[in-house]
Design a protein around this ligand. Structure first.
Ligand SMILES: [Mg+2]
Length: 172
C-alpha cells in the first residue's frame, strides 16, 4: 500500500509548466523532458502550440534540455502539434505502461534517472514516470472539455491529492 502511494506521489506540483524552475530540474539531475500534451501543453481543442509554449520550448532548449512529447492521443493530433513545436513525439502511448516511456527515453537519449515526466494526470503521467524512477512533475490541468472517463478520474485524483496533502507528502 505504501509503495502504491509512493508511485502516485509527484516530486513537484506546480500550477502550470511556466512555474517550473529550470535550475530546480537541473538540481535533480534532469536533462530530458517527457511532456504530456493534452491539458498540460495545450487544451485538448487547441491543434497548434501558442506563442507562450513556443517560447517556453525555446527556453528549455537554450537551458540545455532535450524534450519529447508523450501522449495517449492519436497520431494525427500528436504529430501535427509536435511538428509545430519542433520536438519528437510518441503517440498512442498507453501511459502508464512502461513501453512508451522507454521509447520516449530512447528518443531523448537519456537514462530514466535523468528524465522528468511533466503532465496533468496522476494515473498516467505520474504513475508511469515513478515506475521507471523518473522525476515527476504534476501540473494543474488546463481548463476545457474532457471525456466523461477523464472527469471521473479527476475526482479520484483530487481525492489522492487531498490524501497526500494530509500526509504532508506534497510540498505545495
Ligand atoms: Mg494530459
Amino acid at each position: 500500500m505504501r509503495r502504491l502511494w509512493r508511485l502516485l506521489t509527484p516530486d513537484l506540483v506546480v500550477p502550470s509548466i511556466y512555474a517550473i524552475r529550470w535550475d530546480d530540474l537541473r538540481g535533480r539531475g534532469v536533462r530530458g523532458l517527457i511532456l504530456d500534451l493534452d491539458n498540460t501543453l495545450a487544451r485538448r481543442d487547441q491543434p497548434l502550440p501558442d506563442e507562450n509554449l513556443r517560447r517556453w520550448l525555446d527556453q528549455a532548449r537554450a537551458q540545455g534540455f532535450v524534450a519529447c512529447i508523450l501522449s495517449n492521443n492519436l497520431e494525427a493530433r500528436v504529430q501535427l502539434f509536435a511538428r509545430a513545436c519542433g520536438v519528437p513525439a510518441v503517440h498512442a502511448a498507453t501511459k502508464p505502461r512502461r513501453r512508451a516511456f522507454l521509447r520516449a527515453l530512447e528518443t531523448l537519449g537519456v537514462e530514466p534517472a535523468h528524465a522528468a515526466v511533466i503532465g496533468d494526470q496522476i494515473f498516467t503521467d505520474v504513475l508511469g514516470g515513478n515506475r521507471l524512477g523518473m522525476v515527476t512533475v504534476l501540473v494543474t490541468p488546463l481548463p476545457g472539455k474532457e471525456f466523461i472517463g477523464t472527469r471521473l478520474v479527476r475526482r479520484v485524483e483530487r481525492w489522492v491529492l487531498r490524501h497526500l496533502a494530509q500526509r504532508g507528502v506534497l510540498r505545495s
